[in-house]
Design a protein around this ligand. Structure first.
Ligand code: 5AD
Ligand code: SF4
Length: 473
């Protein structure tokens, strides 16, 4: 739930991986009617993992007696849960902090905290550079918030950026702030061991660790009881999930078996870990969405090697072919980086050609942004001029826009199973929901249908981002 805040601009709705559209204030009912409860306002930047972490932070803070607040002007504590993946993600947070300087002047007691990846990367620099920051908390230190808040209350600055080898927050029930009541995200692992040379994540989120199976299944069970109908299993690299003897394919099967009316999604997959066992598990259960987010990053082998992605173009294409042979209807999306160190024009063309070959439903596309401390920053000069990166990115975006449009057009006439998420934002007379491929469908309301119900929708026509259809049963 987000409300308009005057002066301080409200940020748009969140999308996985897209730092252009994020930051939301949320409210929970808990402690809301306690007049003494201190008020917490939170903003989240970056990937879905961060949104999931914000729900953990909210849980810890509510337990301490705080209430959530969606107007920063009324807050006693403002937390920014931040992202470091690209420079512009960090830039946005710096700008936001400047905006909060005015609030702090009005209310010197206001506590401002920076959480998440920027906290981990910049540590005490945040306290020094931006004098208004009181508290800096890394992604593995949220349990320590009660102590850190107490330290700040006693007039000190507080920092905890210790990374952990075990922390999964398995026993903390997230407060579902970022939810439509139908779909929820479940964090199944944390950190990443892949060491892609461009990526700051292994440094900000630490070593990979998997959450115990039992606690994941318990969370699914609770969500089912609360009426949720869709879960997305989340991790930086879910395919390498391993808890004792359970691998990701087995976990996915366990979750799918819990209720055939529960839709199961997962993200993100690494091409090197997409096993046939996983693909066959997806095929076996109707309620596992036939959709894989499979970041390719580049279509050129020399660049893939420099990126330390540990697969080749041929390997990637073989995985796609196998996935399609097992599930002909599978939908794919990807992440692409334009202008990585030393990328030539011909190598950029290889990225365009792999996009043509795979024909993704959707892609998240970025200009390479050098991140301090990463393997690439240490080893390779960031030598593709910015205007060349921009031009290549624009070519990639233009091609993907064309492919997505063609794919949407090809959906016209098809019938999809849609999970109703609610009334369409554009019209009260319409409902909306997603198909397996995560595409939004809009269709006229019918009596007795409510959010959380499944319907069969036939697509009549498509706009750039939405399919418009009608219920057939
Ligand atoms: N520059 C640009 N894009 C990046 N990504 C990760 N690190 C960088 C970087 N330094 C992209 C990758 C990844 C997605 C989450 O963000 O495509 O899959
Ligand atoms: Fe970063 Fe690569 Fe891990 Fe993804 S898989 S988080 S890109 S290191």
């Amino acid at each position: 739930m987000s409300h308009l805040i005057t002066d301080i601009p409200i940020l748009d709705e969140a999308k996985v991986h897209d730092e252009k559209l994020q930051g939301i204030a949320f409210e929970s009912e808990q402690n809301k009617h306690n007049p003494d409860a201190r008020r917490l306002y939170m903003e989240t930047y970056g990937c879905q993992m961060n949104f999931s972490d914000t729900e953990i932070v909210a849980s810890v803070m509510l337990k301490m007696g705080f209430r959530t607040e969606n107007n920063p002007k009324k807050a006693d504590v403002i937390f920014l849960n931040t992202c470091s993946i690209r420079e512009n993600a960090e830039q946005k947070v710096w700008e936001r902090l400047k905006q909060y300087r005015a609030l702090k002047k009005q209310n010197p007691k206001l506590i401002v905290g920076v959480l998440g990846c920027m906290a981990e990367r910049l540590k005490t620099k945040l306290l020094e550079q931006e004098k208004l920051v009181d508290i800096v908390v890394g992604p593995d230190a949220y349990r320590d918030l009660p102590n850190l808040i107490a330290e700040v209350d006693s007039g000190q600055k507080a920092v905890n950026v210790l990374l952990s080898l075990e922390e999964t927050y398995a026993d903390i029930s997230p407060v579902r702030l970022n939810s439509n009541g139908v779909s929820a995200f479940i964090s199944i692992m944390r950190g990443c061991d892949n060491m892609c040379s461009f990526c700051v994540v292994p440094f900000t989120r630490g070593r990979e660790r998997s959450r115990e199976v039992k606690s994941i299944l318990k969370e699914v069970e609770e969500l089912l009881q609360e009426g949720y109908r869709e879960v997305t299993l989340l991790g930086q690299n879910v395919d390498s999930y391993k808890y004792q003897n359970t691998n990701f394919a087995q976990l996915l099967a366990l979750v799918a078996q819990m209720d055939k009316n529960l839709r199961v999604r997962f993200t993100t997959s690494h091409p090197k870990d997409i096993s046939n066992e996983l693909l066959e598990t997806m095929a076996k259960y109707d309620n596992i969405c036939k959709f894989i987010h499979l970041p390719v990053q580049s279509g050129n082998n020399r660049i893939l090697e420099k990126m330390n992605r540990t697969y080749t173009r041929e390997w990637y294409l073989e995985r796609v072919k196998t996935a399609r042979s097992i599930m002909p209807e599978i939908a794919l999306s990807t992440d692409i980086i334009a202008g990585f160190c030393s990328e030539t024009e011909a190598e950029h063309q290889d990225t365009l050609s792999i996009m043509q070959e795979v024909r993704y439903e959707h892609a998240y596309m970025f200009k390479y942004s050098e991140r301090p401390g990463t393997l690439a920053a240490r080893k390779y000069p960031d030598d593709v001029p910015d205007e060349v990166k921009t031009r290549r990115l624009n070519e990639i975006i233009a091609l993907q826009t064309q492919i997505s449009k063609e794919k949407n057009l090809a959906d016209v006439g098809k019938i999809f199973t849609v999970l109703i998420e609610g009334t369409s934002k554009r019209s009260d007379a319409d409902l909306c929901g997603r198909n397996d491929a995560n595409k939004m469908l809009v269709f006229p309301k019918k009596e007795n249908l409510k959010k959380g119900d499944y319907v069969q929708v036939k697509v009549k026509y498509s706009s750039s981002a939405t399919l418009i259809g009608e219920i057939i049963c």
